[in-house]
Design a protein. Sequence first.
Length: 422
Amino acid sequence: MAEIKVPELAESITEGTIAKWLKNVGEHVEKGEYLIELETDKVNIEVISDFAGTLTEQKFSEGDTVRVGETIAIVQEGGGETPAAEKTQEQEPVEAPKPEPQRVNAAETKTEQTEDKAQEIVSRPIASPAARKLAREKGIDLLEVPTADPLGRVRRQDVSSFNHNVSQRPPLPPKMETTGGQAKAEDLTKPIVYEKMSRRRQTIAKRLLEVKQTTAMLTTFNEIDMTAVMNLRKRWKDQFFEEHDVRLGFMSFFTKAVVAALKKFPYLNAEIQGDQLLVKKFYDIGVAVSTEDGLVVPVVRDAERKSFADIEGDIMQLAEKARSNKLSLKDLQGGTFTITNGGVFGSLLSTPILNGPQVGILGMHTIQLRPVAIDKEKTENRPMMYVALSYDHRIVDGKEAVSFLVMIKKLLEDPEKLLLEG
């Protein structure tokens, strides 16, 4: 018998949740065939069988949490006979009274098999893997989900838009109020939807709370006049797109400015390990991306070596992979600093939370026309953006954090300097 164990997932991932068994006990599996879908806080992974044979035991159920190295299944190698079958063969044969032969109508048997098969097909609606995963997380029966697809296929957006009108849980007990010595029942039954938190959402909640509890997080704010950047983009956006087949956005400017500032203030590119500081001399910049399953932070590698076009291309590809749930563990590991853009959702000002073990995160916000004093006599409406830097005060002092943010401001208000800082 062969044991199937949870493989090494990544340096920062030690456990996962069994989302779905892809093989049932008694079924034959080939070497390299998928056994289970394992959900981690970052990505979903399908675990394969390293052996060919019969799946004889599932040691965990769907929804259970398993750790790296744990045995999750047993496969009987070879012809596929289960231990129970072998034991039966070893026993002495015992003659049993022969039952009276019964005549079976072949046509009836065939009809019953056809009906059973049809019933099985009806009970398993056609749905995409993403739709099945989301339905499991929300506790939704796919048979209840309406779809506009002409072939009846349930898509992810069908599950997302589906809403339970009334909870399947029993109604809340009526609240009893006492009026004039008599108990009066007030019916508090309301439409309530209970949704199971996904593994990713649980982990996001856990990690954000840990950051708040284990770091001395502080935030400093500033504002940037985006006039120069917007004018530069306006002048070069068409030629940039023709030459590089990618649009010139704001993120490449901010990424370049962040790298330049990190080189001058290296403790914001560090992390704490026990009583030591690990100061990194490379610049892998995480870019927060919002997806339907929660926030993920894919990483732009070696940002200091990349051009504006390279950075914009990487961000575009990572965002597409994030929204289609195709990010790999490699895409998410090893960031040294993070940029998050709440401005795309209209956020005017917010305090970003650190992406541990990193000690710095820059928050961008929406661009808004505001009156700005140009000099003592003149005021103009300028496109202004509030920016926020959250940092771990244990290793980054206030002077250093403020100076870092001021440098970001200066570089973006005079973006030609980014060519010299590169």
